[in-house]
Design a protein around this ligand. Sequence first.
Ligand SMILES: Cc1cc2nc3c(=O)[nH]c(=O)nc-3n(C[C@H](O)[C@H](O)[C@H](O)COP(=O)(O)OP(=O)(O)OC[C@H]3O[C@@H](n4cnc5c(N)ncnc54)[C@H](O)[C@@H]3O)c2cc1C
Length: 456
Amino acid sequence: MQYDVVIIGAGPGGIFSAYELCQTNPSLKVAVFEAGHPLEKRRCPIDGEKIKSCIGCKSCSIMSGFGGAGAFSDGKYNFTNDFGGTLYEYIGKKQALDLMRYVDDINMRYGGEGTKLYTTAGSRFKTLCIQNDLHLLDASVRHLGTDINYVVLENLYAYLKDKVDFYFDTPVRSLAAEGEGYQVTTDDGAYTCGKCIVSVGRSGSKWMEEVCKSLEIPVHSNRVDIGVRVELPAAVFEHLTDELYESKIVYRTQKYGDLVRTFCMNPKGAVVNENTNGIITVNGHSYEDPAKQTENTNFALLVAKHFSEPFKDSNGYGESIARLSNMLGGGVIVQRFGDLIAGRRSTPSRMQEAFITPTLNATPGDLSLVLPKRILDGIIEMIYALDKIAPGTANEDTLLYGVEVKFYNMEVEVDHHLQFRYPGLYIIGDGSGITHSLSHASASGVYVARAISGQV
Ligand SMILES: Cc1cc2nc3c(=O)[nH]c(=O)nc-3n(C[C@H](O)[C@H](O)[C@H](O)COP(=O)(O)OP(=O)(O)OC[C@H]3O[C@@H](n4cnc5c(N)ncnc54)[C@H](O)[C@@H]3O)c2cc1C
């Protein structure tokens, strides 16, 4: 075998697998294959002036490369089993939390020191929420911020680069069982290894489906979350964000009994475009550096849609809705809450009259022409519910950007070592469908590295 361990994908799952292998078994020969660029070469060409929309780069610098989809993220590491994935179902709740804290310790040693850790423990907002039919989920969250997150990645790479063979711009085309191990094939040749960790994230979902088919790995259908990104003056949520930074709040709608939740809260942050396979959706981020902060806070309101047989393509459903918004608005659509309730589209002049300055240049339009009624009704109900704990949420000028879609990978059938029935084949991170977050994906990487080193 050329390598003891090959890791496919250099997102948080792959990076923390490599890191922990170096710690627990430094004699192992390890390689990481990554479809995208090294960190310093990752640059999205959209500058808002010369290049305004996606030009379909061979490798998308937002989603791919060292650091994975998390590289330019807000770097919010949530330590909780309540959301962000179901890793605990495989390795137990205590171990999952211990690993998330271990990852946090490493992040602190590699440049994150001094960043803030927020917690819901003992928060008075739990009571306030419950009194208003809202449910605040338990979590501690470390906010690295987009800037510090990048520094941590730089430092982790500096530590790993002489201990591990990195192959950048080298997508793995196929993976096959070979004797006692595995063979990965790239455009530059094939490599053999004793063990293989697959950590290809959301961007590798289509490839993952092919691998599962060829290795006959069973997968289970998953879900898609659809909604909008809300942007309002930071003062409206300040009492919550100052204490908790991010609050994950869940509401059950009275009309349909659907669950609507807040997601990815960015105090004093900016709304941004996200490109998933050429479809423009919306996301948000914020900086730790006060000089880069804005006067607005943004967060997503998402409704989870689980489909039952015979329909299997939940991601396709989400994509179709996002395409519709792209068709009408040429990208992301923005609408004032007051216009939505009045049943009219937002226009450039109505936007100019608003008392809030949008942080994303989106097309004023009508989200009711895009989002299914059931989803839109749920979002409107939740905005009124949030208005009770954060008065001002339901103001006329609150901005809604659409659509925000959270795609999920098919969930892969693995055992409690995150290993498929082929010994030595581990499937981790968001690509496994088991995790959906930085902390869970990173923790799954540490866990399999320890399993390979015989430590769990
Ligand atoms: C804009 C944005 C903001 C986010 N903010 C947060 C946040 O604040 N907090 C949070 O918890 N989560 C956040 N997330 C989600 C988080 O980034 C992911 O949950 C996390 O990165 C998953 O890690 P991963 O290692 O499983 O996969 P990824 O990070 O997706 O990494 C997978 C890597 O595998 C590579 N790859 C794919 N296929 C192949 C192949 N065939 N061969 C070789 N390489 C391949 C890809 O190029 C990619 O680099 C955000 C995501 C985005 C897009």
